[in-house]
Design a protein around this ligand. Sequence first.
Ligand code: GAL
Ligand code: ZN
Length: 649
Amino acid sequence: MIAYGGDYNPEQWPEQTWADDVRLMREAGVTHVSLGIFSWSLLEPDEGVYTFDWLDRIMDLLAGGGVKVFLATPTASPPPWFGHRHPEALPVDADGRRWWHGSRQAFCPSSPIYREKALAIAEQLGRRYAGHPALAMWHVHNEYGCHNARCYCDASAAAFRAWLIDRYGTLDALNDAWGTAFWSQHYGDWEQILPPRITPSFANPAQQLDFRRFSSDALSALYRAERDLLRELAPGVPATTNFMGGSHWDIDYWSFAQEVDVVSTDHYLAGADPEPHVDLAFAADLTRSLKRDRPWLLMEHSTGAVNWQGLNRAKRPGEMHRNSVQHLARGADGIMFFQWRASRAGAEKWHSAMLPHAGTGTKIWREVVALGDLLREASDVAGSTVEADVAILLDWSSVWAQDHPAQPTDLLKPVEEIKRWHAELWRQGVTCDLAHPESDLSGYRLVLVPALYLVSDADAANLERFVEGGGVALVGPYSGIVDEHDRVRLGGYPGAWRDLLGVTVEEFFPLEAGETVPLAGGGAGTVWSEAARATTASVLDAYATGEPAWTRNEAGRGAAHYLTTLLAGEALARVLAAVCAEAGVATTDTPGVELVRRSHSDGRSFLFAVNHTDADAVVKATGTSLDGTPVDGRLTVPAGTARIVRERR
Ligand code: GAL
Ligand code: ZN
């Protein structure tokens, strides 16, 4: 079954509405709702005083209507009594300003009293609903770190020190890792160590990096505490928490994903992006990759406009449908929305929903009902996995380290680079995974490293092994530069991969905004240039001045390519097409028509075709369409629509 539904906030409506909700859910084919996400203040109106009767009634009503529940712990939004009675548990920013209650997520992730209160309400829910027929999964919290990813208060400082003691053991080890001989930062006592609060000049880069790691761990520790309690109270009920894959970068989802039973994520289109569906593909690919070969859930997206961008445009007819099929194609086993019924009041009253303000006689409602039908027809897709021959390496620590402001240029943005390469592959019709640099790469033909400034020795060796074993790699500039403590790898850049790439670099020459380096082979580089010397590599393209722009070095049974500048447009397309060809990765002959395959281990497979262009397209496919119509080699995908084919291969 493909799960279908959304966040359901019945507490915002008079109880007479609820029966109508359940009736309309059935009409739309809703199978699941996420319930109670922001209802802490109505479940525990005063500290230790609980009122579950309304939740009992709606749980029973949903069970009666055949709608399953992802029951939330409401810990993402502590009630006003919490901030009022425990002001020391409110978050504090780097400038020392305390944030008040009145919106949501006003708590310090390291506050002992927050943890106590969060576990108390989670325990109540676990005890009360463990055996409830509607309960399908725990939806722990909501979007950890969305607003309060880092807290700089004294409680957080103490927790940071404990985390550091655990990581380094001795102050000597910490002083060495952080390079504290620089600027007189040698620590003589753990108590002297602080979060990187506002200071006169740059903070210590390794301190800043460890604080990012600590803050990510503090959030996953909160999740684990709730999950462990729920597991004990309701054995066998799976747990998830909704990530923000591809749009928020404060949590190391590689490690957090190990803690959830099912990966779930939220995705919203960036309003100003002319091709938001390309970014959608990135988010879906990243989410799928967090637990490779396991289906995931799209916990939230929108039927139309959101409310939190500068300009919030509704979706065009068919756009929500294409978005949904894209997620499905890229491995989602559930398509859910924020939210079921559009709010009448509150900060999200201008956010679209499955049931809009205007009611059921609407474009949105018709599309919602149609999507429910489609997902029911596609139920045998569930459990199948996505095939990918290409991986793009991504590491949160590296992104965080490169976030330190004292860099050769502030124009080089790792996440943007990774997304740009992914987008170009999307244009060439290549489905790819994201992968942790230390993960098993042996199943891939091609590994791309657009931006990996920080690498551990193990990361570096892993890529070497992949290439020596016969793989093709392409590495972007300013990768392999520092170790896991953000200390430069000496002897010429890129220290980690000089031998693998057959290249050595002495100095960087970053470019001004708008400045370019013309390339002999056509096009130009932007943002970055460097004086590279090929030691064993051959030069495939060069700057007009003769310095290498693109090199290729054979290593073992494979080859490692390197770029010394950022390429865009045609130039990037040319290089990526070349490495795909070398690795034997097929590219598309119908650009703009997204083609992705999911398959079951027993051989059944599905071809998803999403036509993002204004013209009808014909793609190769053989099998039957969802309604049983035969597809004999050629499938017409009308402009702006999506098709799913049960393949015969
Ligand atoms: C998500 C959040 C939802 C809702 C939604 C609006 O970030 O989890 O609760 O706020 O955004 O787009
Ligand atoms: Zn704090």
